[in-house]
Design a protein around this ligand. Structure first.
Ligand SMILES: Cc1cc2nc3c(=O)[nH]c(=O)nc-3n(C[C@H](O)[C@H](O)[C@H](O)COP(=O)(O)OP(=O)(O)OC[C@H]3O[C@@H](n4cnc5c(N)ncnc54)[C@H](O)[C@@H]3O)c2cc1C
Length: 327
């Protein structure tokens, strides 16, 4: 039996930071967000240790890997002041390295995103796990001319007995999004904001890559980024230092993983805090170094400001001169 389907102006896959921010800025459009988790924005709640740093005063394209023009264009339209204005009712602390952390926590950051998205009229459907998407071309009478990608097409097309809203007669290109439970959603525009692959427990999936591939879009193989290093068995002594945090300098000798044109091998240095964890090391210096590290050398200078000459001249104990935490 056929049923009348609503066709949204925009369907967004993923109620994370990107999907919610987009919905909040699509005023006057009919928008639906499809989210596989039971609640939206789970990753936002985990961000910044629950305090979510939303932007940075010194943000520019050079802080990003990959396509510099892409980052430049986005930042031209959305500087850090715009971000702070968007979250106008919240208070932010500017901390070292010019990061803006939310005083009242990530929960409030998510609250504002949800409020703005709903104010724009977006419907958020939680518990909807998207399985695939396809584009349907019809003639002016609503007859189906083509479905792409072909591999997502049911051979007998009985699915398309579905009737669209009468007001949408002149429509000749719509997206159909199919959920794992068989539910279908239709829209004139489709935005895939399903995030990256990290933190499966927070909802991460490869659906974005799958949809891109099915539409013939080239996917650059993803690589871990902004992650801590896990040490091998012989380095398990790290575990004993779990919780210790201090400034150090990390050097990695490798190419950029995320850029299409891999840069020649060159050492990069990252001076910032490192944090020993029960699995290895993390902290800002390590997270930044992870963007560039490929299997190979990593060197850590635990005392970047230490000078042997100064130490020799000093009458103090070496443990004092070394400026390392007592543990
Ligand atoms: C521990 C941690 C701390 C962080 N701290 C900060 C910070 O302080 N500041 C900062 O700027 N960034 C931080 N980040 C990074 C930031 O959280 C992410 O960059 C941001 O959340 C990405 O937003 P997104 O909308 O692209 O993706 P996500 O937040 O991952 O949202 C994608 C959504 O799509 C949904 N989805 C996936 N597959 C499907 C499917 N098949 N069907 C339907 N829905 C689907 C997911 O459930 C998810 O809700 C942190 C990340 C982590 C993990």
């Amino acid at each position: 039996m056929s049923k009348i389907c609503k066709i949204y102006d925009v369907l967004i896959i993923g109620a994370g930071a990107a999907g919610l921010f987009l919905a909040a800025n699509l005023r006057g459009k009919s928008v639906a967000i499809l989210e596989k988790n039971a609640t939206p924005g789970k990753k936002i709640l985990a961000s910044g240790g629950g305090r979510c740093n939303v932007t940075n005063r010194r943000i520019d394209a050079s802080n990003y890997l990959g396509d510099a023009d892409f980052a430049t264009n986005i930042l031209k339209n959305l500087c850090f002041k715009d971000v702070l204005k968007f979250f106008g009712e919240l208070k932010f602390n500017e901390q070292k390295q010019n990061q803006f952390f939310c005083e009242s926590g990530a929960k409030d950051v998510l609250g504002v995103l949800l409020k703005r998205a709903r104010q724009s009229g977006a419907h958020i459907f939680c518990g909807v796990c998207v399985k695939s998407a396809r584009k349907i071309l019809t003639d002016e009478n609503g007859q189906i001319l083509d479905v792409s990608p072909a591999q997502n097409c049911d051979k007998n097309l009985t699915d398309f007995e579905t009737k669209f809203d009468q007001n949408e007669q002149n429509l000749n290109e719509i997206f159909e999004v199919i959920a794992e439970n068989g539910d279908k959603f239709y829209a004139k525009n489709l935005v895939v904001a399903s995030g990256g692959l990290s933190y499966k427990s927070l909802g991460a999936s490869d659906i974005g890559y799958e949809i891109a591939r099915s539409f013939g879009i080239k996917v650059i193989p993803p690589a871990p980024a902004l992650v801590g290093f896990t040490v091998q068995k012989e380095e398990f002594w790290f575990k004993n230092l779990s919780g210790v945090c201090f400034p150090a300098e990390i050097s990695v000798v490798c190419a950029s993983k995320n850029s299409a044109n891999r840069e020649p091998k060159m050492p990069r240095k990252f001076a910032d805090d490192i944090l020993f964890t029960h699995k290895g090391i993390s902290g800002p210096a390590v997270l930044n170094a992870s963007l560039f590290w490929q299997k190979g050398l990593i060197a850590i200078n635990f005392c970047p400001n230490f000078s042997i000459e100064t130490a020799q001249k000093s009458k103090k104990q070496l443990s004092t001169v070394l400026s390392l935490p007592r543990r």
